[in-house]
Write a protein that binds this ligand. Structure first.
Ligand SMILES: [Fe+2]
Ligand SMILES: [Fe+2]
Length: 194
């Protein structure tokens, strides 16, 4: 009798153990995913800070007023992107940390070599600058798109919204650069002699 009495108790506790194990596995997976999110945040934080130094150089190198203005406006936005990321770190209860983003370092290097390889004051230089800048924007769009989705999966709604705001601005900038290239710069550059 005592054995049969014990049996359900044992079964219950083992059911509880299985449930607890499943829950802890789920929270482990969640924390691994959150760790990945934090790692990616450090990467884009470095990238955005790096861009606040690169964009003034690109603005200075631009030949057309329109393109210079676009770079200057995006510099102010980029400064905002940096502080939004600081906000995200704060929500996660962390100090902002940057981790070198090799991809962004490479894209900025590419922009620098375009400036070196093209002549000052030419539309051809602007074509190159727009292409380099759009590669940067596409990297940012991919990153913020992925991060916003990840935050949503983790139930971090506030963070998802903050990252989504930046994502919209990166997309707008990309579209604006396409417009400048299509409507003005590319046409002018096509008429430039060597
Ligand atoms: Fe940005
Ligand atoms: Fe950007």
């Amino acid at each position: 009798m005592s054995k049969t009495m014990k049996r359900p108790t044992t079964r219950k506790s083992s059911t509880r153990k299985t449930a607890a194990r499943a829950m802890s596995q789920e929270s482990d997976a969640k924390s691994m995913l959150q760790e990945f999110l934090v790692d990616e945040l450090k990467d884009i934080y470095w990238a955005e800070k790096h861009l606040t130094k690169a964009l003034p150089k690109m603005a200075k190198a631009a030949s057309s007023e329109e393109l210079r203005e676009a770079f200057e406006n995006h510099l102010s936005q980029t400064e905002e992107h940096v502080s939004r990321l600081e906000q995200v770190f704060e929500i996660l209860g962390m100090k902002p940390m940057a981790k070198k983003c090799d991809a962004m370092a490479g894209l900025v290097e590419e922009g620098k070599s375009i400036i070196e390889d093209t002549e000052d004051g030419t539309a051809t230089r602007d074509v190159g600058l727009i292409m380099a800048a759009q590669k940067v924007e596409h990297y940012e769009i991919a990153t913020y798109g992925g991060l916003a989705q990840l935050a949503k999966t983790l139930g971090l709604t506030e963070i998802k919204d903050i990252l989504g705001q930046t994502l919209s601005e990166e997309k707008e900038t990309d579209e604006l650069l396409t417009e400048i290239a299509e409507n003005h710069v590319n046409v002018e550059a096509a008429g430039e002699d060597e």
